[in-house]
Design a protein around this ligand. Sequence first.
Ligand code: NAD
Length: 418
Amino acid sequence: MNIYQHPTFEMACQQFDLVANRLGLSDADRLRLKAPKRSLIAAVPVRMDDGSTHVFTGFRVQHHLTLGPTKGGIRYHPEVALGEVAALAMWMSWKCALMGLPYGGAKGGVAVDPRKLSHAELERLTRRYTQELIGFIGPHLDIPAPDLGTNEQIMAWMMDTFSVHAGHSVPGVVTGKPVGLGGSLGRREATGRGVAYLAGRTMDTLNLPANGATAVVQGYGNVGSVAAHSLARQGLKVTGVSDALGGVFNSRGLDLRQLDEWVAEHKTVVGFPESEPIGGDALLLLPCTVLVPAALERQITAANAGQLRCRILAEGANGPTTPEADAILSARPDIFVIPDILCNAGGVVVSYFEWVQDLQSFFWGEGEVMDRLFRLLEGAFVQTLNLSRHEQISMRLAALSLGVKRVWEAKVTRGLFP
Ligand code: NAD
């Protein structure tokens, strides 16, 4: 699997090996479970506004096909690479299985900084990338969704490009679309709300009152901003937030409505009045009840895990904590980790609801979407907590064990094909 070599893929494999050891999997089963089923790398030529042509590189990895079509986000970020996408696809597999969804994991992306492209360039890039994926994606094959650097508009262009080829509208080919095109109510907010629901649920478990509790959020994007607002609604004071350009801090709590207005105008949290600037590294070390990393992988490392001052680490991002940091955190009973594949599963759960609604052309109210979401999150949280306590293992190992075991059992029952 040398072609997937990447620190994030190594990290996903290290996590998997711990689970495989615990489950006593054979070498052959380990390989079958680990190796991505298929991957696509495409040159994506795009005509730029100045008349020049730029060739971007696009990826899509489908990790396993055992339980249904594959599902996973599309990332636009300059550092997107095959190995990173493969790791994210593998985590999606364990996440979907943990949540009981009929999907294998997938992930895709383009190595590009979307902030440097005009609206028209972004549209041409998205349409050409989607064109390269024709035959590889589809409502019964592989269903993309938004991730870092992508949004509803990009999903709308993907859906439109795919539909043009099909000759009719195919809303079920992507999730995270605008509601007017077959998107689901509550999808945009689902991941962040799920993070806040599970953080609140953990506070109840630990008997921590919301009154006087604080939250810090790394990455004030879709997941981070919605999580911040939801935590604030639960009574927590959000004292620090950051984005790719820097962070802001106010010990009395940030006014999130004013912050949103600032971000809408300035495209960054940096410079927000009534706050002090704070560096990204220092932000993670702020004392708080709930710390939400909601940006990139490998943010909590051996270098800072020992210095975290949160009570709950609620992983909104995928893969924010390295295995070395995990080892340090496992010796810190003062920190409760809600692992990524559980904590941020709200997004794929409501994506699943969106897909079901699209296939049936029958749409649900927001209350129904949220009720069903919280019921699924609650079930997975209780199962993970029970296993973690019963077997005296970390919440991450418990969550991954539940997910991996379901995929493994399905592979054993079906045979060698998928
Ligand atoms: P987004 O693009 O909407 O927001 C990402 C935010 O992180 C932006 O504010 C960006 O400026 C910031 N950021 C980037 N680099 C940073 C850095 N080094 N330090 C601090 N902030 C930084 O993306 P998103 O959809 O909110 O995704 C965030 C994370 O959540 C990713 O790890 C993604 O895989 C994960 N996730 C997203 C969803 C979803 O439904 N969107 C679901 C599950 C998991």
